[in-house]
Design a protein around this ligand. Structure first.
Ligand SMILES: [Zn+2]
Length: 350
């Protein structure tokens, strides 16, 4: 449990907020303008050192297994600006009745200039077995301004490469995006003006229902995670740079994160190289690069760290930077942190 006193103490540890630590009365709620000042100071420090900070908009973990100090240390070592590190509610927590994991509160209590307060991952069992309770709890956190971003909702999710190797199929998920859960999530985003993230594998037959939802909820802020990650190319001939270009033009609140594998990453069940931005020689394919440059304000940095790979943060950072460095200088800064900044705060980073 993080007390108000501890939170203030953590904030006060930062010289620039020492004079004005502030919390909403009676609640452990961060004053967002204070947090933002801390974030900006951290970014400027990294930039002044000639390094590129970025916002990891999408990583997740199990809160009980997280070594917070170790992650924070890695972020400093790797010049990662900010992380939206969301907690996934595990089976044990779920069985105990947990519907909101307040990891963000704990992260901010210790490191208020490194973490974005984010809701929980929308995945089984919470989203599938108790969707209303889970979404009620996420909505309450949003209303109380404990978070500024909802977690990643898995509407269509194949087993991850690691799960596939282990023969696990518990994350072969299909929740119709235009079903009751989808409507609730999209309308929640619209109502709160708060972005959410979707994991939505690319299949031609799934595209129409997503487009329908984007059209019905034009103010919902949607981050479609894993740009150009296609596990089975034969299922997705319609997903091309031209198609994404069209979506971006039609839907002004649609964003993409750039968490995908490196050029050699293979999805074991299909045996295909699923990160389609890469050419065989390890460069970015021209048409994907052009798309990212043309719509850099809709593209977001992300690492997609998870519980089973938190210790590989250095390797994931290196992969992501290998992608960023292939973009023009200005685009690097836009994708790395400017897009996230304007999406989350409604203003340009200055
Ligand atoms: Zn995902």
């Amino acid at each position: 449990m993080i007390t108000r006193r501890r939170f203030i103490k953590a904030l006060s540890a930062l010289p620039f907020v020492a004079s004005l630590p502030r919390l909403a009365k009676g609640q452990n709620i961060p004053d967002f303008s204070r947090l933002k000042a801390g974030y900006a100071q951290r970014f400027k420090k990294i930039l002044a050192a000639g390094e590129l900070p970025y916002v990891d908009i999408e990583s997740s973990c199990k809160s009980g297994k997280l070594d917070i100090d170790s992650v924070a240390k890695s972020m400093d070592r790797l010049n990662i600006g900010l992380m939206a590190l969301s907690a996934d509610i595990g089976q044990k927590q779920f069985d105990k009745g947990v519907r909101f994991d307040n990891l963000s509160e704990n992260l901010l209590a210790s490191y208020p200039d490194r973490f974005i307060p984010v809701g929980n991952g929308g995945q089984p069992p919470a989203l599938t077995e108790a969707p209303d309770e889970f979404l009620d709890a996420q909505e309450e956190a949003a209303r109380k301004k404990k978070i500024v971003l909802f977690g990643e909702y898995e509407f269509r999710h194949y087993p991850s490469p690691r799960q596939a190797k282990r023969g696990e199929v518990d994350r072969d998920i299909h929740i119709p995006i235009d079903g009751p859960i989808g409507h609730r999530v999209f309308s929640l985003s619209e109502k709160m003006g708060m972005p959410f993230q979707i994991h939505y594998e690319v299949e031609n037959e799934l595209l129409a229902s997503l487009e329908k939802m984007l059209a019905q909820y034009p103010k919902a802020k949607v981050i479609w995670c894993h740009l150009a990650q296609i596990r089975y190319i034969e299922r997705a001939p319609g997903y091309t740079p031209a198609y994404i270009d069209g979506l971006i033009k039609r839907f002004p609140n649609l964003y993409f994160d750039t968490a995908f594998g490196d050029a050699s990453s293979v999805y074991p069940p299909s045996n295909q190289k699923h990160a389609r931005v890469w050419a065989d020689d390890g460069s970015l394919k021209g048409e994907w690069r052009d798309l990212i440059v043309a719509h850099s304000t809709r593209m977001l940095s992300a690492l997609d760290l998870g519980n089973d790979r938190m210790h590989r943060i250095g390797e994931y950072d290196q992969n992501h930077r290998n992608f960023l460095k292939r973009l023009p200088g200005e685009t690097q800064h836009q994708v790395a942190y400017r897009s996230a900044w304007s999406l989350l705060f409604g203003e340009e980073f200055a």
